[in-house]
Design a protein. Structure first.
Length: 341
């Protein structure tokens, strides 16, 4: 910056402070302090706004406030119609999320954000980003939501979930701790924080996956290699991760105390093992351990009302745990499960 430009800027700064003092925007002791500051700056910068010659040489066409407003226009007030439009787009995004149309939901949330940069809209888009594995973007949106509302607990929970999926357990723990601080009665946040702490305490070394058991452990149980279409491939599942999740184990214990659940699992076990399934003794005419017997009606199992109620309850009480289980059953790199027909 040349000396003339520097002098022009210095003149504009002192002039702006003088005008601020004379406008009455600052009063009392603050006005006196500002007046003293103007004098000190004038002497230090060697500018005098009362000097006619300096004013003629250094004054610019626009005031410092006008220059600033031109570079950084004040935010336009949102109209009621714009709020209604943005809320409608958010609702459309929510419906698309229920239909597992995550990319389309992101478009709706983005359109809503363009109209009204709302913390809820950023948080919802963060959830959609996590659904398609864009966890870095989910963290960015959660942070944007917190810049708007620093006390938005759900934004911290979204951030924790994204960090957890990126195996950044320390960051996930910090995010869930903030979520619990803001909403101490939220059981889901507490359960997820406990799960993250379990991950941290377990360290980088875990038990091997079922498909890579050490010699003598027997590897996968007989019959698991021939799972029928529609059933998950369990060869790469980290059962240690599932069973060490305190939130999941707590809910599992609650559900297994339900007589309906006990009857459902008893029926499944009887049908599966009695027909010669995994670990069972083959009945006459049934295949041996080389595959799952055709008598087992997996569709009926998956449509069992008790099982479906269990999944619905998990999703309502702790969606993060359910999403973690879905990832375990999902092949690496595969997308979210297709919507139910």
């Amino acid at each position: 910056m040349g000396q003339e430009q520097q002098d022009r800027l210095s003149f504009a700064i002192v002039q702006h402070l003088r005008e601020l003092t004379n406008s009455g925007a600052v009063t009392g002791e603050a006005a006196e302090s500002l007046g003293v500051a103007c004098q000190c700056l004038s002497e230090a910068l060697k500018v005098d706004v009362d000097n006619v010659d300096q004013t003629a040489a250094l004054k610019v066409d626009k005031s410092l406030q006008e220059v600033f407003d031109s570079a950084y226009p004040p935010k336009k007030a949102v109209t009621k119609d714009e709020e209604i439009q943005a809320s409608g787009l958010k609702d459309q995004g929510n419906e698309l999320m229920k239909q597992n149309q995550y990319e389309e939901a992101i478009e709706k949330y983005t359109a809503a954000i363009d109209i009204v940069p709302n913390a809820i809209y950023y948080c919802n888009r963060a959830a959609a980003y996590s659904k398609i594995g864009r966890h870095n973007d989910a963290v960015k949106d959660a942070k944007s939501a917190l810049r708007i509302d620093a006390n938005y607990s759900k934004a911290y929970a979204r951030m924790g979930f994204a960090y957890l999926n990126m195996n950044k357990y320390t960051e996930a723990e910090d995010a869930y701790m903030n979520a619990c601080r803001l909403d101490p009665n939220n059981k889901g946040y507490k359960d997820n924080l406990d799960a993250v702490k379990e991950k941290i305490n377990a360290g980088p070394v875990g038990v091997p996956a079922m498909g890579a058991m050490p010699p003598g452990m027997g590897g996968m149980p007989p019959g698991m290699a021939g799972m029928p279409p529609g059933m998950p491939d369990m060869s790469g599942m980290d059962f240690n991760q599932i069973l060490s999740n305190p939130a999941f184990m707590n809910m599992a214990q609650q559900f297994m105390q339900d007589p309906n659940m006990q009857a459902a699992f008893s029926q499944m076990a009887t049908q599966f093992l009695g027909a010669g399934g995994v670990g069972g003794v083959p009945q006459e005419g049934a295949p041996g351990a080389g595959g799952v017997p055709p008598e087992v009606d997996f569709q009926a199992m998956m449509n069992n009302p008790a099982l479906r109620d269990m999944v619905n309850n998990i999703e309502q009480q702790n969606p993060e745990v359910l999403e973690s289980l879905r990832r375990q059953f999902r092949p690496p790199g595969d997308g979210p499960p297709p919507p139910e027909q």
